[in-house]
Design a binder for this molecule. Sequence first.
Ligand SMILES: Cc1cc2nc3c(=O)[nH]c(=O)nc-3n(C[C@H](O)[C@H](O)[C@H](O)COP(=O)(O)OP(=O)(O)OC[C@H]3O[C@@H](n4cnc5c(N)ncnc54)[C@H](O)[C@@H]3O)c2cc1C
Length: 301
Amino acid sequence: MTVNTWIVVAGDPAIATLIETARALGGDVTAAVVGTRATAETVAAGGVDKVLWFGEPGDAPVEAFGTAVADAVAAAPGVVLGAGGPGERVLLGAAAARLQAPVLTGASAVTAEGDTIVISRSIFGGIAEESLTVTGPVVLVLEGGPVPAATGTAPIEDVAVTPLGVVIVETSVSDVAQVDLGAAPRVVGIGRGLKAQADLALVEALADATKAEVACSRPVAEGLDWLGKDRYIGVSGAHISPDLYVAIGISGQLQHMVGVRGAKTIVAINTDANAPVFKDADYGLVGDLYELVPALTAALK
Ligand SMILES: Cc1cc2nc3c(=O)[nH]c(=O)nc-3n(C[C@H](O)[C@H](O)[C@H](O)COP(=O)(O)OP(=O)(O)OC[C@H]3O[C@@H](n4cnc5c(N)ncnc54)[C@H](O)[C@@H]3O)c2cc1C
């Protein structure tokens, strides 16, 4: 038996992994796209069988398209895939409600065994994996992957939509800078080993010398409030995969370290030779950060 699959796209066509997953299920792959014509064309070239294009949101938020996308999906129920962007989540939620289907987040693998869908996903911040089976329609949120390479030309069908009567009347940009730690090639993380907020200057100097972003453990961002919440790493913070992660004055508790599993090289600086961080580190410096960090910065300069 083959399974028909929907891929829901709300703007960003970074869905190569979704197409691969859908293709492996063996049935027809239809994409439902809310976004620009260029987005619809990128998706159509990326290896799907058909694109339903619901148009550009314009001054309507993506929420205004939920009913239209759900109607289309409900006309041919199957497995509905989407990346975890805010727009996709809205459309997937609408589709799930219409299909009366479960929504499962964090799926890492999806296969079909007869008419049963088998889903694997990591839990507890990546320290365990569970398998689930579903019969009937299901909505899955998973990693979208990169923008697909152009491999074909699927037909694009324009869907006439009357967006629900909700309109964006104003957009104002926050003046709080947000950092994208996930995209940083080098990251210097600081923990509670730092004694005062003013001493962040030491860490910033090292980050400057290594062209790295500054990050931290959760207590530094939540509790001490020395850095923004967008800068803490871990199970409930950012997950990063830089070439280099330097953990300074961070004990290396599991909740922090699951966020740096993707780092290629980890360097740890800690006064406590038995700190758990050294188990995960490629290079460890046992010593006082107040001596080692300025020395490292000077050497790197
Ligand atoms: C549900 C839950 C979710 C959590 N999620 C996260 C998360 O996402 N991210 C996260 O980071 N934490 C998270 N935590 C908290 C986590 O368990 C740890 O408490 C936290 O990571 C510890 O932060 P730390 O390493 O900065 O501080 P500490 O554990 O206090 O470690 C400080 C380290 O600094 C060293 N040190 C002290 N002075 C110096 C010096 N002068 N020079 C060098 N080293 C020095 C010490 O030896 C020590 O190892 C979570 C906890 C829970 C319960």
